[in-house]
Ligand binder design. Structure first.
Ligand code: BTN
Length: 267
């Protein structure tokens, strides 16, 4: 795979404010941590941090994110929204939508979203998103959305082998990481502006649900209060997953504590 080239990225970018400041590192502990550090030294709303590899890549639920060099895309976007902390948690769904759309545009692959924010191709995960918010006296200090996309990776650790894939494995050809990133940021900017008008998913619900792999499928909801199954009908305006139980009761599943699986596997 070609080395990541910041100049090539700049030549592909056509955003208004997202990614106006882009910093590239050969190696970082985690792009999320670097974005938080850069926020403390005054980095602007929309700043992007990219790394060729991470030594302490972070995943959701305290897991790590394997981040080998030379084949994937690891980046974080810093946001400084002027909004109440509770109102922007669904922004992570906005990024999932942007990534799925960008993969479709750049690779032509039928990327879909596994609620709330994994991106899958043919049922296998190609992208994970970790959103971290810091607050201060009831205000948002910053929001960092970290994105890891498996672009050219062809081998995965045994525990991931059955559920993970990459753009190369799914499409059979190389993807330029700079083009892909520019497309993600363009799509994110457009959708984020729409999201901020209402501070919910009402303007994006239709686009999101159209790409939702869980929609119309039987899902297993791993709720710490008790597991249940049902048919998922899509998200509501708050970004919660609607699941219809066999007895007809409609459950709204909130992303925080809960995982959703397919009946026989990951999706
Ligand atoms: C998941 O568990 O699915 C989320 C994985 C998020 C990984 C990305 S890679 C770039 C950014 N920096 C990190 O440390 N994590 C996120």
């Amino acid at each position: 795979m070609r080395p990541f080239d910041l100049q090539r990225l700049e030549s592909c970018m056509n955003t208004g404010w997202v990614g106006k400041s882009c910093r590239f590192w050969e190696q970082l502990d985690s792009t999320n941590l670097e974005a938080q550090r850069s926020a403390e030294s005054g980095a602007p709303h929309g700043a992007v941090v990219i790394a060729e590899m991470q030594t302490a890549g972070r995943g959701r639920r305290g897991r790590s994110w394997q981040s080998p060099a030379g084949s994937n895309l690891y980046f974080s976007l810093l946001l400084r929204p002027e909004a109440a902390p509770g109102s922007v948690s669904a922004v992570t769904l906005v990024m999932a939508l942007a990534v799925a759309e960008a993969i479709r545009e750049i690779c032509g692959a039928a990327a879909q979203i596994k609620w709330p924010n994994d991106v899958v191709i043919e049922g296998k995960k190609v992208c994970g998103i970790l959103t971290e918010m810091r607050t201060e006296r009831g205000y948002i200090r910053d929001v960092v959305i970290g994105v890891g996309i498996n672009v050219g990776q062809t081998e995965f650790a045994p525990e991931l082998a059955s559920t993970a894939s990459s753009l190369l494995l799914a499409c059979g050809r190389e993807t330029l990481r700079e083009e892909l990133l520019a497309s993600v940021l363009r799509s994110f900017e457009m959708h984020y502006e729409r999201f901020m008008e209402t501070l919910d998913m009402s303007g994006l619900e239709e686009e999101y649900n159209a790409l939702l792999v869980n929609r119309g499928r039987e899902v297993r909801v791993l709720d710490p209060q008790g597991e249940f199954t049902g048919i998922s009908t899509g998200i509501n305006q708050r970004g919660e997953l609607l699941v219809e139980r066999q007895d007809g009761r409609l459950e709204t599943v909130y992303a925080g504590e809960v995982s959703v699986r397919g009946m026989y596997g990951y999706v």
